[in-house]
Ligand binder design. Sequence first.
Ligand SMILES: [Zn+2]
Ligand SMILES: [Zn+2]
Length: 393
Amino acid sequence: MCNDQISSHRAEDTDPESQVPLREIEFQFPGNQHDNALYPALRTDELVEVKFPIPGTGAITVPGKCGEWISIAACSMDPSHYKQPIKHSCDCGSCPSCWPRWGKKASKRISSRFRGYRDTVQGQSLFDGVEDRIWHKHNAKYLRHIVLSPPSGIITPDMDITKIKKQGRKFASSIGITGGVLIPHLYRVKREVWDTLMNGVLSSTERTEQKRKVVVWDMIRTDALHLGSWDLYCYWAPHFHIIGFGRIPNQRNPIYLKRKGNWVVKVVETIRWDRKYTGQDIEDPVEAIAFYLLSHTSIVKGRNALSWFGICSPYNLRKEGSPVCESYPVVCPVCGSTVVIYDGSVQPWGKRHDKDGHEIPYRIRDYRQHYVFTKNGHTFVTKWRDKSAGIMA
Ligand SMILES: [Zn+2]
Ligand SMILES: [Zn+2]
């Protein structure tokens, strides 16, 4: 492998998303399977065909339109205080420009569905039989993030994504996970690459570990180290992330140990339910972890990356009617003024006005969905515990 080629490859590129200074680094990966004389010269500026691509590594859906600024939301007193571009998005998971909105929408739906289940089983008292009621109330109490890693060789690159996900769901149910969402990860990042990228991100402004990890995956997606393409940062290491309900049995439980076999089960954390409106955004811990996990899942032509199962599956938990929308005004974090819509196409930016000549305040919308839960032929409808303040529930 010619390291000069790698370090100079697309050296003019910068990474606008991460705002992390990129260094030219020479890498030597022992046993790199892409190590041949043709690489990377032939791959320059070409999309790499990978069977299980991560989000944002496909072609731009509508060149010239995807990612284009429609308008800007900025502080009404002084736009330099706070500004947020409002971009055109195709909402497609494969689009390098628009995948974040795909991820954001999907993670909001994930959060909404979990809350739907919790509120359905905790908010009503019509369950048939005390046992069911207690079981569900108890079950819905803790939402956990769990990682399931199969023994090597069980999941291979020649397998179909549907079959891969089925393996994960089957195993999850067998060890006591009662329901949730399964997000497959088919790759892990090479150790030396991860350390290098993480070191760069540590100096950035991202506060939480999770947000820094999102940035690292962004750098992989945009080929920040100029290796040639995202897949060269990773190796095949299929595993499943679960956000879901249920208790992992005691490690000494012989039935559990038998079912577990050579799989590795790791309970990462219990996820907090509380949501908070910050003035600029709604912070939702369930949504945040879902977004991070979706940022490097696999998306295969039209097929959903994620998979619902158990008590959260569409069979048991169905949407009922249209969602109810609540909206919150965005305020400037510097001076507290209203954030309004500007037209960014002309310099200096001008504020947009509605037909009555008023400035247009920028608001964040939050949707709440009613669900119907059906189990053993009995149907239960959501009753929200707090109808007025969605973000507080
Ligand atoms: Zn797009
Ligand atoms: Zn301001």
